[in-house]
Design a protein around this ligand. Sequence first.
Ligand SMILES: *[C@@H]1O[C@H](CO)[C@@H](O)[C@H](O)[C@H]1NC(C)=O
Length: 356
Amino acid sequence: MAAEGCIWRWGWGRRCLGRPGLPGPGPGPTTPLLLLLLLGPVAADITDGNSEHLKREHSLIKPYQGVGSSSMPLWDFQGSTILTSQYVRLTPDERSKEGSIWNHQPCFLKDWEMHVHFKVHGSGKKNLHGDGIALWYTRDRLVPGPVFGSKDNFHGLAIFLDTYPNDETTERVFPYISVMVNNGSLSYDHSKDGRWTELAGCTADFRNRDHDTFLAVRYSRGRLTVMTDLEDKNEWKNCIDITGVRLPTGYYFGASAGTGDLSDNHDIISMKLFQLMVEHTPEEENIDWTKIEPSVNFLKSPKDNVDDPTGNFRGGPLTGWRVFLLLLCALLGIIVCAVVGAVVFQKRQDRNKRFY
Ligand SMILES: *[C@@H]1O[C@H](CO)[C@@H](O)[C@H](O)[C@H]1NC(C)=O
């Protein structure tokens, strides 16, 4: 735990250092405000779903008119996807299925928020179900592949709702939500549950719930926020909140799912896209946003994602080493804190002495 904490803190430190001077549509004159937002407690100021800002052309809403129709298509689907009056089923609870649904029109909004009403359910008992859903904002669409039913080496943003831990050595609790940004160069490693390439993530118990489950993704001014509403309390809970994410406009929204040896029903009930009313500086406005290369200003180096510094993932006899290193890191942390604390205390004592 201590090691995790210190990696996280380093991460923030580096992320903060990397922020000023970033070119392009980074934080503009509102940096203090942005900083305040970042430093403050997790802001749950997600849009209230103001229907004025709902973009119908990028939304999938019951009754699913214009889905898969040839004349005026809003959404196209592919693979095992079936449409009912109540939901879009990306995969049934059967082995080796993959399906996807993709918005027909590219999205040219700079600041947006997507609310996804979804349901993952099946007869599989604990850890005998899979694989999960991926939500996409990508350059290419409707291309089947190995990443939750969609193509690998994608360009853009992916949010994975992963229900099955492929990596047996992981300490992570599943289901797990993670995000990945890719410029086509990275490959998603299923056997490691994408650990090498994930930017951030959280555990989220969304499978086989009796009530409705929701997820929200917000992208604005380089800040990417993912929130969940899984407890039937009608409130958003923070899952992911990172900055320095650069995504172009003109990509497509989509959702896909895949099953392997293990399966689940992966259903999308709705996807609602809202435009966020955000002001941009003239410099930001002058950039051709369609030309932006998907990137993250601060990318955790892959080694931060590795449990085992020797590079061997197999666990087994090395597990002891891992525990040892974690303990060592924790111990070093405590020693550093103790020394700093002692020095500060000493200084204060000295100062006090001078007063008396
Ligand atoms: C794509 O990303 C990788 C690292 O993630 C980087 O090394 C490479 O330069 C990027 N390519 C482009 C064209 O930006």
